[in-house]
Design a protein around this ligand. Structure first.
Ligand code: PLP
Length: 436
């Protein structure tokens, strides 16, 4: 494909004239890796086709939601049926109850749930709820975790534990982030110090249990245990942001994975998105009845949405969850993801490329580093130029991974053993060409 025949290029030019950066969400613009984004025409199963009708094996899956692959027949049927019945009513439907029952049945830490339209909205609402329920203002988040683009969460670490964070985006007044304390992920000593200093003023601690926004970094078990203990001790709420991990790493979400090592482990508030909408704009947050009853119209914490619980999105999410709770679904998905990660590691080793990788359920990450990072500063040690070489090598051969080294990858139930074998074989060829 030469630049003169690549049909993605004129589309990108047209888009850039009308839409900032040519995209409606920044990472899609390929700014980190350079080159032209692929404009997607259609997708089916584990693949999508771009403007040139080139096929790509898709390891992004809309950044997580497409756990069944694209165009799953049961999901399509449910969406088509729902669309014929009406797009949006702004009034309650039985399907919202069904989706609530389905989610609450699979994640027992929640007794009630509220549906919203995006992960950002869910995270933002969860924080307002935590503040309203505790009557406190301060919150902890961790460097490298992303919880959507609500003002109070667009924060990087301040200069010390006594000072709070600095906004990472223009347009966020310092007063808005003055209550957000940003700590290092997996650093127990710092966590303890922060609670000793601010514990009684903390409304909540918000965390991605497996951080997928710094590629793939697990909160280790002692760290997660300490997060739970300290929140309980000081009366702060533990908010697990499972927008990415929810129904993606296990049927019970990441909290069920931690409960295996930390008996009785439960968050106070869970934030969900992505998979629960199956590719439609749907997200949620949930907690115990006592916490959720602080929400309007029962309580004093206001939260609302014109399209919340949208009937078509709800049908899509329900059909998706009904597929993934079929017996053996996560065993098969987990094995498939593991085979990809192991295959990539073996290919890198064979070509002498430093490499480390991890996965859980249908979510994975890999680093061009000899050991798995434990926090954001360690993730930043990745050689960006080599990652970009790898990215473009894969892309040119029809394998689509995230166009930035800070993002996790996703395997769907539609990825076949052959897709994985092809990916590993292409990756090995690309590893061979990487500058040593
Ligand atoms: N929380 C996490 C962990 C996420 O990964 C994301 C998005 O990638 C969000 C929140 C925000 O979700 P949305 O993009 O639907 O607003």
């Amino acid at each position: 494909m030469t630049p003169s025949t690549d049909l993605n290029i004129p589309l990108f030019e047209r888009a850039k004239a009308l839409i900032p950066g040519g995209v409606n969400s920044p990472v899609r613009a390929f700014k980190a890796v350079g080159g032209t984004p692929r404009f997607v025409k259609r997708a089916q199963g584990a693949y999508f086709w771009d403007a040139n009708d080139q096929r790509f094996i898709d390891y992004i899956g809309s950044w997580g939601p497409m756990i069944l692959g694209h165009g799953h027949p049961a999901v399509l049927e449910a969406v088509q049926k729902a669309a014929l019945e009406g797009f949006s009513f702004g009034a309650p439907t039985e399907r919202e109850i069904e989706l609530a029952e389905e989610i609450l049945g699979l994640v027992p830490s929640m007794e009630m749930i509220r549906l919203v339209s995006s992960g950002t909205e869910a995270g933002m609402s969860a924080i307002r709820l935590a503040r309203g329920a505790t009557g406190r203002s301060k919150l902890i988040k961790f460097e490298g975790c992303y919880h959507g683009h609500a003002d109070a969460l667009l924060v990087k670490a301040g200069s010390g534990l006594a000072t709070f964070g600095n906004a990472t985006s223009a347009g966020v007044p310092p007063e808005v982030v003055q209550h957000t304390l940003v700590l290092e992920y997996n650093n127990v000593a710092q966590l303890e110090e922060a609670f000793a200093l601010h514990g009684k003023d903390l409304a909540c601690l918000m965390i991605e249990p497996i951080a997928g926004n710094m590629n793939f970094v697990r909160a280790n078990v002692p760290f997660m245990r300490r997060c739970r203990e300290l929140c309980t001790e000081y009366g702060a709420l533990l908010v697990l942001d499972e927008v990415m991990t929810g129904f993606r790493v296990a049927l019970g979400s990441a909290q069920s994975v931690y409960a295996k090592s930390i008996p009785g482990f439960r968050p106070d508030i869970t934030v969900l998105g992505k998979v629960i909408g199956g590719g439609m704009p749907l997200a949620a947050f949930g907690a115990s009845r006592a916490i959720m009853e602080h929400l309007a119209p029962l309580g004093a914490v206001y939260q609302a949405g014109t399209l919340s619980g949208n009937p078509v999105a709800t049908a899509c999410g329900l059909a998706t969850l009904r597929e993934i709770r079929k017996p053996g679904f996560f065993d098969t998905l987990g094995a498939s993801t593991r085979s990809l990660v192991d295959g990539l590691a073996a290919a890198a080793a064979a070509e002498g490329v430093p490499f480390s990788a991890d996965c859980e359920g249908g979510m994975f990450g890999f680093f061009l580093l000899p050991e798995l990072p434990q926090n954001y500063a360690q993730v930043l040690k990745t050689d960006g130029a080599r990652f970009n070489q790898l990215f473009h090598g894969l892309l040119g051969r029809g394998v689509y991974i995230a166009p930035a080294l800070y993002e996790a990858g996703f395997v769907s139930a539609a990825h076949t053993a052959q897709d994985i074998a092809d990916t590993v074989s292409i990756a090995r060829d690309v590893f061979r060409t990487l500058t040593k």
